[in-house]
Design a protein around this ligand. Structure first.
Ligand code: C5P
Length: 201
């Protein structure tokens, strides 16, 4: 049976961590949809037409080493504003969402556009300062040389662009449950998300 969990929210709110943990807990498949836009943005930076890139993404694009840099994140957010790019990535995401055995998708428009019929919708947020701190810790932990102020500015620009665009802007679905993780540990946030899903099953 198909069962879809849609997780949306701004950058670095903990969507990926929560999505992975939910998938592991319930035995569902997990798709980080931001990777599709990052892979498309990365190809654009290398000179490709973004729509052609989105239509021809392959495994090698999704497994590239530099998808998590802020340069690629900014490029992702620019290509994500192009309706034809979003359209090119739609069928793959919808098919993934309805796969037998359950699926967790995280992104910006999963509950609003990709899976409006999702059985569970969670909108994950955290304060700007907390999100910047978490992403800074993650990037410096991977050896990237960035300051907290640079990370904060990067998130601010992407969230502003993602919220203001006409095509599938970042916003909570009307029936999404809000999960503010500002003062929660990872374990607390995951436990709350598991409780939300368990209540809906
Ligand atoms: O989730 P992540 O930060 O990796 O996503 C990178 C960018 O991809 C976002 O800033 C956003 O512009 C875009 N995105 C989107 N819709 C999604 C997932 C990501 O527009 N479902």
């Amino acid at each position: 049976m198909a069962f879809t969990i849609a997780i949306d929210g701004p950058a670095a709110a903990g969507k990926g961590t929560i999505g992975r943990a939910l998938a592991a807990h319930f035995g569902f498949a997990h798709l980080d949809t931001g990777l599709l836009y990052r892979a498309t943005g990365r190809r654009m930076l290398a000179g490709a037409d973004p729509v052609a890139a989105a239509l021809s993404l392959g495994v090698e694009d999704l497994e590239a080493d530099d998808l998590r840099t802020s340069e690629v994140g900014q490029a992702a957010s620019r290509v994500a504003a192009i309706p034809e790019v979003r359209q090119a990535l739609l069928d793959f995401q919808r098919a993934f969402a309805r796969r037998v055995g359950g699926a967790v998708l995280d992104g910006r428009d999963i509950g609003t556009v990709i899976c409006p019929e999702a059985e569970v919708k969670i909108y994950v947020t955290a304060s700007d300062a907390e999100r910047a701190r978490r992403r800074h810790r993650e990037l410096t932990g991977k050896g990237q040389d960035v300051t907290l102020a640079e990370v904060a500015e990067d998130l601010r620009q992407r969230d502003a662009r993602d919220s203001a665009r006409a095509a599938a802007p970042l916003k909570p679905a009307k029936d999404a449950l809000m999960l503010d993780t500002s003062t929660m540990s990872i374990e607390e946030a995951v436990a709350q998300a598991i409780a939300i899903v368990a209540a809906a099953k």
